[in-house]
Structure formats: C-alpha cells, structure tokens
Write a protein that binds this ligand. Sequence first.
Ligand code: SF4
Length: 749
Amino acid sequence: MDELRTQLEGYADSLFAEGGILSRILPGYRPRSVQRELFHALIGSLLSGRPLLAEATTGTGKTLAYLLAASLYAVLAEDKVVVATHTLPLQEQIVNREWPVAREALRQLGLPVPRLEIARGRGNYVCLRRLFAWAEPILTGHARGAGTPYVPLAVELVGQAPDLKEGLREEFAGKIPAEVWEEIRADPEDCLYHASPYYDRCYVQRARRRLAEAEVVVTNHALYLTDVARTRAGEAGVLPPHGRVLFDEAHRLADVFPAFFGREITLGRAYALYDEVRRRRRAWVNHAFPAEGERAHLLYLLENFFVGFRATFGEIARRVLPSSALEGSGSDLPSGGIEEGERAGRLTPPFDVPRHEREAYELLRNFLTRKREEFDASDPGAAGIRGFLRRLDALVQDLEFFLGGEGGDAWVYGWSASGSEGRRAAPTEADAFHTSSLDKGARVTSSAESQDRNVSPASEGVTFFARPLDAGEVLGDHWEKVTPLFLSATLAVAGEVDLFAREMGLRSYSTFLAEPPPGTFGQLLYIGVREGPFPPAGFRAPDLHTPFVTEKLKEFYPYLGGKVLVLFTNFRAIEEVAATLSSWAEAEGVELLAHSPESSRDDLLERFRRASRALLLGNDTFWEGIDLRGESLRAVVITKIPFPNPRDPLVAALAARHSGGRGDEFRSYMLPKAIVKLRQGLGRLIRHETDRGVVVFLDPRLFRRSYGRLILQSLPRGAWGEVGDVPAFFAAASGERGSEAGDAASSPV
Ligand code: SF4
C-alpha cells in the first residue's frame, strides 16, 4: 500500500506543477497549492479507507482534483469509485467539462483511462416491451377513443426506439407527453427481466452491463441512497458493488437523509394503490385477471381496503391531533422542512387505535397471493402482482411502525397538514374513488359510510410521519463496507465540521479545509446595515422588517445596479416586497422577478440572465445550486439570517439530539445550520476568478446579537464598506484587485 501511495502521490508533480500536464491541457490554468493539497488528502483517504470531510470553496479546482484522484485510485487499486452529486448541472459539468481533461491527463501520464459511466434511475429509460404493448392497439386501430390522437406519436416512437444510443427519454426527437412516458418508461415493478422478449436489446440491461464494467460511476445522491436502502433491505442494489463513494455538494445529504429513510402515512398512498391498478390495467391487470368477474372482485377488495384504511386514518387524526390541526387554526410556519403555510406538530407513540383496514388487507393480500401462484414467476401478471403487493405491504408496515413507535427515541414522530389548497384538494381526489370503478359490478361505497367511521374531511390533507434522527444507525453499517469522502464548499462552521460528521453518523474521519489564497479568486465587498428592525419572531408577529427591506432595496439599487439576487426565507415577504416595489421597478426600468410557489426556478433564472437590470426575489431554492457568472450577478442581498424553523418537529428533534441534553440547541444546531446556508447563499456571487460582487446584509441581528460574531467570522474573505463604495469597487482596475481582497483589517469582527 505504501508503494501505491508513493506512486499515486508522485503523480501530483506531473499534474499540478507549473508547466505540468494540466498547464499544457488547460489554457489559462494556474497552479494552486490548495488543489494539490486536496488531491493528496483524497488519495490518502481513498487508500487508507478512512472517511474524509473536505471543504473546498469555489476556485480551488476541487472537481478536477477529485476526478483525477478517483480515476487514479480506481485504475491502480482496481476498485470501483462512485461519485454522487446533488444536482444535475454538476453531473453535467463532471461528464462534459472535467472528465475530458482528466482523461487526457491520464493519457499523458501514460496510464490506462478508466471507464466512466453515469448511473440513472430506470424511469429515464424507455422499456421496449411496454412501448410496443402501448403502441400496438393504437397502431392496429384497437385503441378505443383515447388512443387515436396518439397515432402519429406512436409511429414516431416505435420507429425511433430500436436505434437510440442509450434509450433515454431526451434522445427521442420531439416531446413525449408525461402521460405517454408514464406508460412506456422502464419500471422495476413491471419488468420481466430474463423472461422479457426484449431482454437482449433492453436499454436498462445494457446500462447495467456498462455500469458493471465501469471503474468510475457518476450518479446523484437520491439514487445512491436508494441503493443503500435496497441493499439494507436485502434487495438487489441499483449500483454495482464499490469500495469508495465520493459525495460532492455533500452538505445537502444531511437535509435529504431523514426524509429519504423516513416513513409517511397519507390517504394518498392508499388511493395510489387503486390508481396503480387503473393505470397498469393494460400492463398486468387484464393479464392477471382476464375474467371481468375477477377484476370486479379485485376492485371490491381494494375498495374495502381503502375504506378501512381511511377509517383508521380518521381515527388516528381524531385521537392524536390537536383540534386546531383539523380546524385549520394551528400556527402557520414560515419555512424550513415544513413548507410555508403548513401546520405541524410532534407526536409521541404508541397510539392505540382500532384498525379498520386489517381484515380487508388480509383478504386482499390472500386473494393476490393465491392469484400470483397461478403464474410462472416470469409472467407479466406475476410481476405486476408482486410489485403491487410490495406497495400494499409497505403501506401497512409503515402504518404499524408509526402507531407502535417502533423506531424508539432515535426517531421523531409527527404530523403536518398542508395549507388550504392541500386541504381542499385531498378530499376531491379521494371522493373520485367513490364515484368511479374500473368495471361494472364493482361495489361503490358512499362517503356517508366512511363518515360513520370517524373520518374528518380535514384530516385528508394530513401526513403522519416518522423520521430517523440518527444517521449512524441507518448508515453506520454501510460506512463499514464503503468508505465515504464528503466534499462541499460549505461543511464547516468556524473551522469545525463536527456537526456534519454527527449528521452523517461518522465517528472517525480525516478533515481537509481550504479556501483559495487572498487575491487569487474573485473579490467580495460586504455591506452591513446595522440599524433597523429585526425580522419578526414568529409568522404571526408584527412585521416591521419587510417594509424596511423594501425601502433599502429602493435606496441601494442605484448603487448596486445591474442584476441583483435578493434572498428571502419565506414567500409571504417576497409577495409583500414585490407588490410594494412594482411601480418603482417599472419607473426605473428594472425587471422585477418574484419567486412564488407556482413559478419555475429555471424560467426566472433565464429571464434574469437575459435582463440588463433586474431584481430577482428568491426563496429557499435560490440559496444554492445556481450558477450566475460575471455580469450575470453583481450583488446578493441577504434579507434575513436563514435559521431553520424551530417549530418544524424534525428541526426541533434534531436540535435537541445534537445538543445532547445540554439545552444549547441554538448554538449546537440552529446557528451552525444557518451559517452553512448563509455561506451557500454567498457562494452564488463568486463563480470565477475574475468575478467581483457585493453582499448586502439587511438583518441587523448580525451586528447586534452576540451570535452575529460567529457568523461574521465564518464568512469568506472580503472587504467591508458602505454602499457608496460600490461604484468604485466595480470600477477598480483589475491590477488593484489583489490588494483590496482579504482586507481583514476592515472586517467588523
Ligand atoms: S427487460 Fe424489463 S425493462 Fe427491459 S424491455 Fe424487458 S420488460 Fe422492459
């Protein structure tokens, strides 16, 4: 191993030195000691099998460093490395921009180039069997009514499908409507595997074979966690076996993990089982139940199960929810894991409620199990029933887990209720069940019957949930088998990564923390507004802060000019600011782009890029994952320190757990989480070494509360000034840049 380490580390000179391989391949490449040090840290962890937590800000060249380290390790240690990102743009950057450079660098080192493949979810691929099953009745004129408009599309899809490169949806010329893609995409619950007549030509199977041969596999966090969940459950994984995983954008894992491994019980899940039978009718229901009488019986059992489940759900709602939850008068929550306008609360199981669905579940299950045994395992009918049973069992098991509190103290239990829209929508969907049936003869139940069983219509917008708090319990075994390396521009708080390590369930690990040396990567000018009202303490408290933000935006925009991103923590404030600013923006010729729950982030960003003068008011999703270079963004305005929502039951439980009973939830959890998010927000501004940008803080708590000091100490290096300094800052000649940046003496800390 020492020999291999010496060999791998020896490549650093050839790659990163002045006049080295990267200088020759990449025009304008500037050797950075931090990139080289990161490479050494990565090689050390890959070889030793010790987890690594690495923070490297934009400008350190971390993507190329880890791609080179992973490739060299995979080739020389003969192991597979998975690289997982949170966002698609980063995956595209790895494959299209960084990988060609890494590949050429390996060639120039005289080493074999490893095979790199992208692992995608099955739903991205067309299933040839399902496509032809969908198209056949349409093309032969046997599709009744609804199929006729699809004739030209069916001709196109059937013509193109056999000759695609990878079988991905985007390879088809022309758009495929969502409802059609749903019918023809690959679906693990409706796959015949070896028994499929298209198995040898199957795009999914070809992709699996390519993945098995690859040395470096690029995927996303969600698919990686799916793989972990499946292998934990003893099922086949979706990724090939591997010894190392490298997570970029790793800070997102901590937020995704509890929801991903958690359990949710909703009426919608039970309804989806009915919908599943309706949608899959052509694929497997008609095949498994060719006689009309049998189908009617299946629907009868299914409807009885739904009615029973709905009654049990209503019992839980009636017994454990506060009356305010059902009347819609609970406290609204502004942001965080619980969506704005939702209401939520924590619950303490076990719950002793009558189980109205149990008998119907057993009858339905027995009927389906008996039927499945009539078929060969590879029959489409058996595959369909198998998938359906898995969903049915999972729903009932999740219900039992929730009611019994089976996770104990390591889980948090609670409820959330959607806003008025959600509360109105759910009964409509459920009511549709009672007025429709697949076949004549199915028993149609009345809503009066379900009312008899304690169902409150308001409870239909409610979700009951159980979420794990301890990543170590869920992921600990996995980290024993696979070494994780976590990379992000924001993992640390004041130089410490212990919160993230706890969130990921790591006990022993190495760290690497770095940012580019002063003057080598862009420049920041900070402006802080010290006097003014604080943001309101609660969603219903009087809000003097939002009008203050509006006035400051009007006052500062003439200095900032160009394109300015204003980051908020709730939609209500955005709406208010946008309404007040609209006539001013029109008079000033400033395009005002206000983010709302209905708007598309991509559309807003596209309009922002095209505009010459614009204010983009963005909520949660604009704090990270957007790349606006150079003049695309001149300034970021932080309206409020982005603390997690303490009224979110998950946030409260995680904060209590991380404080370890010391009662310092704010310092040990809420403040570090806010700092990480704040640093993500600032990361939108400097994406390239020639970028310059201004950050404006409109939350006076930053300067007038004791915790503000820790936040200020955690900010990237920059100079502090007044808004009047902005024009000179942007006008400064590039030769002066180095001397201005990193002016620690002007920091307010
Ligand atoms: S093997 Fe499965 S995914 Fe592939 S074509 Fe056959 S049924 Fe579709």
